[in-house]
Design a protein around this ligand. Structure first.
Ligand SMILES: *Cc1c(COP(=O)(O)O)cnc(C)c1O
Length: 466
């Protein structure tokens, strides 16, 4: 095509790189119905039945759609206890992807974490990370060890426009190593992309620098890489020198710097269940295998059935496809940029798997101890049947000795996008719902908690409007 023709062409709609072969009908409900259901659920969207939800943005974990090849793999699953064909295929794919020799299958990511950190952790041990995901922190702290998140203030500021806001702060990393002594540091854990900081990417340069520091002090480097393909996309398009490198090769370059890899296959594994623990060191792998056999299963299936392993092997290949990753990252950005264009305050830039809304700013009239994020979560459900999750003072709030709420640093609402599930018209519908949210933004009171459990209260607490 000539250059003039190219120049004249307007940007085309971001079209899905798949067509639909099987459909899952959704129930269409009205506001009155949803108001009733939300009330029954104590104004907690975790307590809704999924059939009463139209667009489910609660999480991207295990909620993706599998391809025809993956479903075909389900029929081909070899359910032998030992040495199954499906296991050999998965092991081969993971070895090629990571270049690491020891592959342990687990039922999900946190099982891999429990095994690895159970062995590396213990009282007096310290883990350092860009940000520990909540199951990572829980598994580390359960062993008596301590976990520190080391982010720079410019990367945690929701407004700074930087390409790699998932990076670890190298100065803080060195400071903490010197403070506790290299012997006390069990591992540096790089979460890629950085889930808890908004799905923000980590640069190759940052991991390289971390590797050098780890070499200098003799510290192990673990990659918590359940979104490694999404991270590779950002590296190719944002980091100098990677424009012509394949996504698989970018991921491999990062794996080459790590000593171990833990993965929740429910994310970039494009599977509905599964996890992996992958290691370079033989002695460590022996210890991990012992734990795997005690709690997960034999070494050639871990917590997985043969069909799960087939689906995961196929998913790990599909996830690096150029067309898929382009659609994946651009469709998340389409929602985030669309919201920003309407004047909805969002965490910027948009990350890989989710859009975060600053509900503290959007619902600025609602006091922080009346949970503005939860108010927005409720309004989104009632207005459009959209399920989201509060990531603010409901999730992270604590009480001081006098019982007064210590609020979270920010009142966010997360819209997590399942992989290959919703079309652009679904996303356009969500953007329309936000028009109504903006037009009716007159709340001055939020919610109060009427029931809460002692731990992880966001899952089961109940609320009432004030
Ligand atoms: C989801 C997730 C985990 C835990 O995996 P599960 O499969 O949910 O047990 C660990 N780390 C990160 C970064 C995650 O996003």
């Amino acid at each position: 095509m000539s250059n003039e023709l190219k120049a004249a062409r307007k940007p085309r709609t971001l079209a899905e790189p798949f067509r639909i072969k099987m459909v899952e009908p959704l129930k269409m409900t009205d506001e009155k119905y949803r108001l009733e259901k939300l009330k029954e659920a104590g104004y907690n969207t975790f307590l809704l039945n999924s059939e009463d939800v139209y667009i489910d943005f609660l999480t991207d974990s295990g909620t993706g759609a599998m391809s025809d090849r993956q479903w075909a793999g389900i029929m081909m699953g070899d359910e032998s206890y030992a040495g199954a064909r499906s296991w050999l295929r998965l092991e081969q794919v993971v070895k090629e992807m990571t270049g690491m020799p020891y592959v342990l299958p687990t039922h999900q990511g946190r099982a891999a974490e429990r095994i690895l950190y159970g062995i590396l952790g213990g009282k007096d041990k310290v883990f350092l990370s860009n940000t520990h995901f909540d199951t990572t922190r829980a598994n580390i702290e359960f062993t008596g060890a301590r976990a520190f998140d080391l982010m720079s203030p410019e990367n945690t500021d929701p407004k700074t426009d930087l390409p790699f806001k998932g990076n670890i702060d190298l100065n803080q990393l060195k400071e903490k190593i010197n403070e506790y002594g290299a012997d006390a540091i069990a591992a540096v854990v790089m979460t890629v992309t950085n889930n808890s900081s908004g799905g923000q990417p980590v640069s190759m340069e940052n991991v390289r620098a971390v590797r050098e520091i780890c070499n200098q002090y003799g510290i192990m480097l673990v990659l918590d890489g359940c979104r490694i393909a999404e991270n590779s996309y950002f590296i190719r398009h944002r980091e100098e020198g990677y424009k012509d490198v394949s996504y698989k090769a970018i991921a491999k370059e990062m794996f080459d710097m790590a000593d171990a890899f833990v993965m929740s296959a429910k994310k970039d594994g494009l599977a509905n269940m599964g996890g992996l623990l992958v290691l370079r060191d033989e002695a460590l792998s022996r210890k991990c295998i012992n734990m795997l056999i005690i709690s997960e299963g034999f070494t050639t299936y871990g917590g997985l059935s043969g069909r799960d392993m087939e689906a995961l092997a196929a998913g790990l290949e599909e996830v690096f496809d150029d067309g898929y990753l382009h659609y994946r990252i651009k469709s998340t950005a389409y929602l985030g940029e669309g919201l920003r264009a309407k004047g909805v305050p969002v965490v910027w830039p948009i990350g890989g798997h989710a859009v975060y809304i600053d509900a503290g700013e959007l619902y600025s009239e609602i006091p922080k101890d009346e949970y503005p994020g939860q108010a927005l979560v409720c309004d989104l459900y009632v207005s459009g049947g959209v399920r989201s999750v509060e990531v603010g003072s409901v999730m992270f709030g604590k009480y001081d000795e006098s019982g007064k709420l210590i609020t979270a640093p920010r009142e966010l609402v997360r819209l997590a996008i399942p992989r290959r599930v919703y079309t652009q018209s679904h996303v356009d519908y969500v953007l329309d719902v936000f028009d109504d949210i903006l037009a009716n933004r007159n709340r001055t009171r939020g919610l109060k908690i009427t029931y809460e459990p002692p731990f992880l209260r966001h899952f089961t607490s109940r609320f009432e409007w004030l």
